[in-house]
Ligand binder design. Sequence first.
Ligand code: FES
Ligand SMILES: [Fe+2]
Length: 448
Amino acid sequence: MRPVTNPDQLAQSVTIGAEAYTSRAYLAAERDRLWRKVWQQAGRVEDLPEIGSYITFDILDDSVVIIRTGADEIKAYWNVCPHRGRRLIDAPAGQRNAFGKKASIVCGFHAWTFGLDGACTFIQHKDDWAGTLTEESTRLGAVKCDTWGGWLWINLDPDAGPLRDWLEPAATMLDPFRLEQMRVRWRKWVVFDCNWKVALEAFSETYHVPGTHPEFMAFGQFRGWGRNHGLHSNIGYEAAKGMEEDAAKLRLGAGDDPRAATAELQDYTWAMANTNTTATLVAAARRLKDELPEGTPPADVSKHWLAAARADDAARGVNWPVVEPAHTAASGTSWQIFPNFQIGHAVNNMLCYAARPYGDNPGQCIFEAAVYELFPAGEAPDAPWAYTEPADWPPVLQQDFTNMAAVQKGMASGGFRGTQPNPYMERAVASLHYNLARYMGTGAPELV
Ligand code: FES
Ligand SMILES: [Fe+2]
């Protein structure tokens, strides 16, 4: 047994045991070793539009209140009353999290009251404590909170380092895409029957496309890579020189006539996944056959399609950032932000996945997907988190769900000998477990 001890070894063949996916003891240890140590994406900045706007975020036993305290200030507190421990703000049954707007937080048990700055402002019969209650002992516990990419991030560890340091090099790679300017088109969540790692890993490689989504093979090619970047990883597609966009999300259809194949790929993606594209891109793809002669080289089709869509959007006040082709190619289609957030970025839209444990069952998780795009100012739709049963998700995602539940079942069986990820296409899987092992003290990938 030779565990991976150096990230350069992640390019080699490894096996990964099932413990991290199936063990109750491992899940119990995750709370203290992982979830109370790492930066976690907990919401979106635009979820807090006004002073007093708040959301809650729950992770296992812990709950946090994130609240806007000023035009440029957001704070996070442990969602627990310092009096006798009541959770301060309850999420309504069936709702992903609590949200709303408050001038102060009033505990539902004995009505201790807290200002937006966390200080306790009212205690009934305070004199009964004979002066022993202090500002410190009665205020809400602070949680580290910061923003990047338009998201709210929290860290339960008071000694955690800066968010920006945590996110590198992903943050520097993704900054040119101006993700903070995007707004939600739809977002869905579900309690699903697999470990949170199984869920994320279903979306962190392109190796599964021919087997899981064979319909796509009629108009695309999906040979893709995975790369480790410290805590994080990214994935992207093979792309020829001059076709750098094809390494990323805004890809051309493959085949004899890339004009037709791109329109078909866009139509299918829009109808069956409702992710990774926008109405503008679909419309521009449908015009390719009219606007370009037969035999137009693929690189020219790509340039024309993206320039046309860019111009269409600019005409309605939606301005895509400009990203250098080499940077687009290196950034790929998505980043896996350790431990449990995936950003599938592009210049005008993105698809993000997150998954986290649900209760004390390693075979369940909370799975979330959010689709964003650039909207004209003030035209973003109201898109609250919608609890959505698997059968009501876009068909392409249902194909992934089918695998996720079946993988969890298979991994829990006595006959499973450990995963053998593709060292080139599924390296993000090995990267996740290499980094998890550094926090958990177990489960490092083993070199074959
Ligand atoms: S537990 Fe909150 S006021 Fe008593
Ligand atoms: Fe998939």
